[in-house]
Design a protein around this ligand. Structure first.
Ligand SMILES: Cc1cc2nc3c(=O)[nH]c(=O)nc-3n(C[C@H](O)[C@H](O)[C@H](O)COP(=O)(O)OP(=O)(O)OC[C@H]3O[C@@H](n4cnc5c(N)ncnc54)[C@H](O)[C@@H]3O)c2cc1C
Length: 373
């Protein structure tokens, strides 16, 4: 067994033990235990691709993806935190200087939690419209703006805040304890991933030492969010593979055991077709994710478009699979908190975040127009 496979097995065992059958309760209460998140963080499982020299597990993209899929099959809220925290670590790795990488990656692999703020009231799909301002006053950086729907903000110690700096952009690592940071709960439960702690954030002239700006700032704004989103997309795609697997498992189990008209419902051909669709969906999502991870690992020229493809295909398959699984379970799955009901709500959100269906299609259309197929 390779070291990566061993780490995957160990990670799954630890995660399985911690999450066990609690996901339903967390979904209903709308809160994850902070101890769980800190433990997962301290084991390096929330950002498993961080190299071992920097305190992480050093998993390759495909192995880390399988870990994400496993978490996604158990608890969409915990997987959401994993995606955001992993994206934060990726941003430090990509944009930070040597000292920042050493310091922040050590914190992010020792139990401190991070979230990422891109979206704003007037900048959702169109991130280039963001208004958050980042300016320097001598050795101090000042951040002002508003961020919406920041996954994990409720639990975070650090926020990776993207904003405008002069004609370009910058990412600032903002401690949630800094004066001027307001974390604002969303008043009603989210449609899905209800325990993921999506809160809004307001930054009122938050003043920090300039060393909090990753790489010193002055980068191209769209390069910053596109690079960060690539990690988010591949992570969401694997999370969706997990949703599909959970749906396949629950639907198959139910179809074997529930009898109607004198036989298990799985033996009725129309229900069997649902199961066949779920088997196909599981294969499609897994293969498209593996393809994206291979491109990611090789830093291939089609890496970015592969992550968009994986995210778009997997989100669609997860949404369809969840609806199918609810159909197979009938009233047995029509209860808040049940695995397929959660999947149904969680999967719909996957078609909105990290580039909605339409935004992914626009990127794929641009790709088509620029290629000779
Ligand atoms: C559960 C959840 C978690 C989130 N987590 C985070 C987070 O951690 N950090 C963060 O910064 N943000 C986060 N967000 C925000 C998320 O990134 C945005 O919701 C997303 O980018 C879409 O923006 P919007 O909601 O403003 O929709 P809009 O941009 O207003 O879009 C509304 C609809 O119009 C369509 N549309 C927009 N422009 C076009 C176009 N040019 N062509 C065709 N269709 C178009 C969209 O596809 C969508 O269907 C989260 C959101 C949710 C729901």
């Amino acid at each position: 067994m390779s070291e990566q496979t061993q780490q995957l097995d160990d990670g799954r065992a630890l995660i399985g033990e911690l999450i066990a059958d609690h996901a339903e309760d967390w979904d209903l209460s709308g809160e994850l235990p902070i101890d769980l998140l800190r433990k997962l963080g301290a084991w390096g499982l929330l950002c498993a691709e961080v190299p071992s020299a920097a305190g992480g597990l050093g998993l390759d993209s495909g192995t880390s993806g399988e870990l994400t899929a496993y978490v996604g099959s158990l608890c969409g809220s915990t997987r959401s935190i994993m995606t955001s925290h992993g994206m934060a670590a990726w941003m430090v790795s990509r944009f930070g200087d040597r000292t920042q990488r050493r310091d922040y990656l050590a914190q992010l692999t020792s139990g401190q939690l991070a979230a990422v703020g891109f979206s704003e009231p007037e900048a959702g799909s169109d991130l280039a419209a963001m208004r958050t301002r980042i300016r320097f006053e001598g050795d101090t950086v000042v951040v002002s703006g508003e961020k919406k729907w920041v996954t994990g903000a409720r639990y975070a110690d650090h926020l990776m805040i993207l904003g405008r700096q002069d004609d370009g952009g910058a990412v600032v690592v903002v401690p949630t304890s800094a004066p001027g940071v307001a974390l604002i709960p969303i008043p009603t439960p989210a449609l899905g991933c209800r325990a993921a702690g999506h809160w809004h954030v307001r930054l009122d002239d938050v003043r920090l030492p300039a060393g909090h700006v990753l790489g010193g700032g002055g980068q191209d704004l769209s390069m910053l969010f596109t690079t960060a989103l690539s990690y988010g997309r591949i992570s969401i795609a694997w999370g969706c593979a997990g949703i599909v697997r959970a749906c396949l498992r629950a639907a198959t189990e139910h179809a074997k055991n529930r009898e109607q008209f004198g036989k298990p419902i799985g033996e009725h051909q129309l229900v069997g077709r649902h199961l066949a669709e779920l088997v196909v969906a599981e294969q499609i999502t897994t293969r498209v994710c593996e393809h994206a991870s291979a491109a990611w690992q090789a830093f291939a020229p089609d890496m970015a478009v592969s992550t968009v493809l994986a995210k778009h295909v997997s989100a669609g398959q997860a949404a369809h699979s969840a609806a199918t699984a609810v159909q197979v379970l009938g009233s047995a799955g029509a209860m808040d908190g049940h695995v397929v009901a959660r999947a149904y709500r969680d999967a719909k959100l996957m078609e909105i975040i990290e580039g909605s269906n339409e935004i992914c299609q626009l990127i794929l259309a641009d790709h088509a127009l620029s290629q000779a197929f």
